[in-house]
Ligand binder design. Structure first.
Ligand code: AMX
Length: 441
């Protein structure tokens, strides 16, 4: 066993009695009620998922394993010569809740090297797709194609399946998947936008740095990749990508099936695709409203109202849980402000101007419960500045990061034996009857 798997095993043994006690002794304790609004409105806010990987407070934002974003970045060992932690150190932290030592990080980095090689047939499958397929479809198909390698599925089919140990095979698949997904993403990037000029893995580099290398990026982009993957990793369990992954895995579908489905959810414009929509909206704004003139707050206000009046949402603004500016937005904004060149970049200035205007417009519009920006309002600017200008690729970057949270979560799902997910549906007749009676009698 590796130090990480040993530590994880120790944490799982310690945690299991807590889960067993809640399930056996306290199953009848009521923690929530459901009204017709929630039933009709996307199950919003119903407390029926459990995770210890991250938690999301509407005012404060995300905490990974109890730490805010600045606390997480400050606590973890940094990549050599960098102000940011490696993705591998964050993976150790997400899985175990403990800040790793440098030696423990080095072991994960070395482990991922042994796992990151992608079988050539996966690339062949992606190559057969029409080149103008969306890169999220390519990524989801690439992950699904890896399914034949699933150690969890092989274990299930071995006839020796044991619920207590099954998490170990999920952990193996999860570790393989997080090590391989940046390699598949880089392949898609090079296939679509660099005339299929592929770059081989550099075995000396950590995950973030290697991704930068594989898409032909600059030295500085290594920190962008590390920061980006960590920030996008997890946002508690109710969001579409995390929830889908959890749901599919609850049927004991292996991690490849589960995450391919999760990626398909991430590809929705109300979820991860919003980062490409933000850039698309901003470019269209410049083209339509700023011909030969500098953008102004007045022009932005007009464009925002035109968008709202045409029945569309303002991409990158609003959130199902958050009720303030997303700390992931602020973290990326701070990165821009401290990066010479980027802080004076016209696109960053424009996005900052939208930040000044949009919350007021959305408040006046009066529909959204949260007029503040989310993670997606800021992320494309950084990619654009470093030359990653194909904005349909931005959700793929999100998907590489989100794999960390989803895979950590399903490893723990199996470790704690979380149940098959099966909510109950009702009919409109039933709802109308309960509405007339003032609730279920
Ligand atoms: N622009 C215009 N209207 C908005 C809006 C926005 N950015 N955000 C919410 N609204 C509207 C909703 O469409 C809804 O309208 P309706 O009453 O006419 O149906 C109303 O405000 C109430 O919505 P809500 O309760 O505030 O939000 P929600 O939980 O239903 O949806 C979200 C959350 C993120 C889907 C929504 O805010 C949105 O569509 N934002 C724009 C897309 C976006 O940025 N998505 C990325 C979110 C982060 C992520 O997952 N990556």
């Amino acid at each position: 066993m590796t130090q990480l798997k040993d530590k994880l095993s120790e944490k799982i043994q310690a945690h299991r009695p807590r889960t067993a006690r809640l399930t056996k002794e306290f199953a009848d304790i009521v923690i929530d009620k459901v009204d017709i609004g929630q039933c009709m409105g996307g199950a919003r806010d119903i407390k029926c998922l459990v995770t210890d990987i991250s938690s999301l407070d509407p005012q404060e934002g995300i905490r990974f394993r109890g730490k805010t974003i600045p606390e997480t970045f400050a606590a973890l060992p940094k990549a050599a010569g960098s102000a940011y932690p490696t993705v591998e150190s964050f993976w150790y932290f997400l899985l175990t809740g403990e800040v790793p030592t440098q030696a423990q990080v080095d072991e994960v980095v070395a482990q991922w090297k042994t796992r990151q090689s992608v079988p050539p047939y996966v690339f062949d499958v992606i190559r057969t797709l029409p080149r103008d397929s969306h890169p999220m479809a390519m990524l989801s198909i690439g992950i699904l194609a890896l399914q034949r390698d699933s150690k969890f599925a092989a274990y299930y089919n071995s006839g020796k399946f044991n619920k207590t140990n099954a998490w170990e095979q999920v952990y193996e698949d999860a570790s393989d998947l997080v090590a391989r997904i940046p390699v598949i993403a880089a392949f898609i990037y090079n296939l679509k936008y660099r005339d299929d000029k592929q770059i081989a893995i550099d075995p000396k580099l950590d995950m973030g740095a290697n991704f930068a290398h594989m898409i032909g990026q600059s030295e500085e982009y290594k920190d962008v990749a590390r920061m980006y993957f960590i920030l996008h990793s997890d946002h508690e369990s109710g969001n579409v990508s995390a929830h889908t992954t959890h749901l599919v895995h609850s049927a004991l579908s292996d991690p490849y099936y589960a995450y391919s489905a999760g990626l398909s959810g991430l590809a929705g414009p109300l979820h991860g695709l919003a980062n490409q929509e933000v850039l698309s909206w901003t470019m269209k704004f410049q083209e339509k409203y700023c011909k030969g003139v500098e953008p102004t707050k007045e022009l932005i206000t007009k464009a925002l109202w035109d968008t709202l009046n045409s029945g569309q949402v303002i991409p990158g603004y609003g959130h199902a849980v958050l009720r303030k500016t997303d700390p992931r937005y602020m973290s990326q904004r701070e990165f821009c402000l401290k990066t010479p060149g980027l802080k004076d970049d016209p696109l960053f200035k424009l996005v900052s101007m939208i930040f000044e205007v949009a919350p007021g417009v959305l408040s006046e519009h009066g529909h959204t419960k949260n007029p503040w920006p989310n993670v997606d309002a800021q992320s494309g600017v950084i990619q654009w500045y470093y030359g990653v200008k194909h904005w349909d690729f931005y959700t793929v970057l999100f998907g590489v990061g989100r794999a960390l949270g989803c895979m950590a979560n399903i490893t723990w799902d199996r470790a704690l034996g979380y149940a098959l997910e099966r909510p109950k549906s009702v009919t409109t007749d039933m709802l109308e009857k309960w509405a007339a009676e003032g609730g279920i009698k």
